[in-house]
Design a protein around this ligand. Structure first.
Ligand code: GLU
Length: 364
C-alpha cells in the first residue's frame, strides 16, 4: 500500500468539498479521526509458540450516530490504511442515509498462514484488546477483507462473555442463527449490482451487449459477478490474488465460484479441473485484467489498484468501485478527464453497511 492512503482520502474529500456547500469547520473535523486505538494482539499458535500482531481500531466521526465499519485481517494493514478506510465509512454511511458515523479496524496478519483455531484465537484476542473502545451504541464492527460471518460470531461471543451479557448488537455480519440478517452475505455485491441496473435504465443498455471484468473474487466480487451473469451480462474475466481467467464469450460464473470456494484458488482449479475442460480459458495477470477492452470494470479487490502507472491502459468506459479506494485521486482525475465514469466506493459498495444497519436494528 502507498503509505499515504489517508492523504489520498483527504484529497478526495477536499476535491468533493469544492462542489458542496459545507462549512469549512465540518471539513476540518472530517480530516481528523475522532479517536485511534493501537493494540498488540497476542495469539497462541497450535504449536505452543506465541505470535503478537499489531492491531488497530479508528473511530472517525460520530456526528450522525455510533461509529460503524469492518475489521480486516491482512498482512498490509497499517494505521494509515485504517484511518483512510474509517473516513470512507463516515462518507459511505452519510451517502446512503444510515444513522452511523465511520470507523474501521484491522490486524496486520496473514490469515492464510493460520489454522482455523488460530484464527478463532486471533478474533477473540482482538476483541479482548478493543472491548472498552467498541460497544452497541458506540462503535459496531463488521466483516471486511479476509474476515467473515464465522469470525463475527466468535467476536460477538467473546464480547458477550466479557460483558456477561448476550450482546448480538455489538457486531454485524454474524451467522443467521447468531442474530445475523438475511441478505447481509450478498449485500455488498447486490448494492453494486443495483448501481449498474440504474445505469442500464439510464443509458438504455442491453445486458447481453455489455462485457464485464471483475478484479477480486471475494464475497463482493463473487456476488456482483453472479447477479450480472444471471441477468445476461457477459462476465468475461475474474481474478483473485493469484491471477485471472479470461473467456471472451463469457465465463461460467457459478463454476468459477464453486472452484474458488472448493480450493480457495481460482486459476489453478479453474484451469485444471472439470470446468476448464469444458471451456477454453486464457490466464491473465491482474494488470492484464484491468487493461481488458471491456465495457464495465469492477475493481473489487483492494485499494490503489488503478493508479498513475496503469491508468492510461484502462479501456473500460465504466468503473465500479466495489473495493474501498481502488482508484487513486490522480488516476480518478485522468479517468474523468477522458470521459470515463467512475461510480465511487462510498456508493458502489454501500450495500454491506446498509444491511448491517438492518441487522443492528433487528438485534436491538
Ligand atoms: N466492511 C464493509 C465496508 O467497507 C462493511 C461495513 C459494515 O457493515 O459495517 O463497507
Amino acid at each position: 500500500m502507498s503509505g499515504n492512503l489517508f492523504n489520498d482520502a483527504v484529497q478526495f474529500l477536499e476535491n468533493a468539498a469544492r462542489y458542496a456547500k459545507v462549512d469549512p469547520e465540518v471539513i476540518q473535523h472530517l480530516k481528523n479521526p475522532k479517536a485511534i486505538l493501537e493494540v498488540s494482539v497476542p495469539v497462541r499458535k497450535d504449536d505452543g509458540t506465541l505470535d503478537i500482531y499489531p492491531g488497530y481500531r479508528v473511530q472517525h466521526n460520530n456526528t450522525l450516530g455510533p461509529t460503524k465499519g469492518g475489521i480486516r485481517f491482512h498482512p498490509e494493514v497499517s494505521l494509515d490504511e485504517v484511518k483512510a478506510l474509517s473516513l470512507w465509512m463516515t462518507l459511505k454511511c452519510a451517502v446512503v442515509g444510515v444513522p452511523f458515523g465511520g470507523a474501521k479496524g484491522g490486524v496486520a496478519v496473514d490469515p492464510k498462514q493460520l489454522s482455523r483455531m488460530e484464527i478463532e484465537r486471533l478474533s477473540r484476542s482482538y476483541i479482548q484488546q478493543v472491548v472498552d473502545f467498541i460497544g452497541p451504541r458506540r462503535d459496531i464492527p463488521a466483516p471486511d477483507m479476509y474476515t467473515n460471518s464465522m469470525i463475527m460470531g466468535w467476536m460477538m461471543d467473546e464480547y458477550s462473555c466479557i460483558r456477561r451479557q448476550k450482546t448480538p448488537e455489538v457486531i454485524t455480519g454474524k451467522p443467521i442463527p447468531l442474530g445475523g440478517s438475511l441478505g447481509r452475505e450478498e449485500a455488498t455485491g447486490r448494492g453494486a449490482y443495483y448501481c449498474i441496473k440504474e445505469m442500464e435504465r439510464e443509458f438504455g443498455w442491453y445486458p447481453a451487449d455489455k462485457t464485464v471484468a471483475v478484479q477480486g473474487f471475494g464475497n463482493a466480487g463473487q456476488h456482483v459477478a453472479q447477479l450480472l451473469a444471471d441477468d445476461g451480462y457477459r462476465v468475461v474475466a475474474v481474478s483473485d490474488s493469484k491471477g485471472a481467467v479470461y473467456v471472451p464469450e463469457g465465463l461460467d460464473v457459478t463454476g468459477c465460484i464453486d472452484a474458488k470456494n472448493a480450493t480457495r484458488q481460482l486459476q489453478a482449479v479453474y484451469c485444471e479441473g472439470s470446468v476448464c475442460t469444458a471451456m477454453d480459458t486464457q490466464k491473465l495477470t491482474n494488470q492484464q485484467l484491468l487493461a481488458l477492452d471491456v465495457d464495465i470494470l469492477i475493481p473489487a479487490a483492494m485499494e490503489n489498484q488503478i493508479n498513475l502507472d496503469n491508468v492510461n491502459r484502462i479501456k473500460a468506459d465504466y468503473i465500479i468501485e466495489v473495493a474501498n479506494g481502488p482508484v487513486t485521486p490522480d488516476a480518478d482525475t485522468i479517468l474523468s478527464d477522458s470521459g470515463k465514469m467512475v461510480v465511487p466506493d462510498v456508493l458502489a459498495n454501500a450495500g454491506g453497511v446498509t444491511v448491517s444497519y438492518f441487522e443492528w436494528v433487528q438485534n436491538h
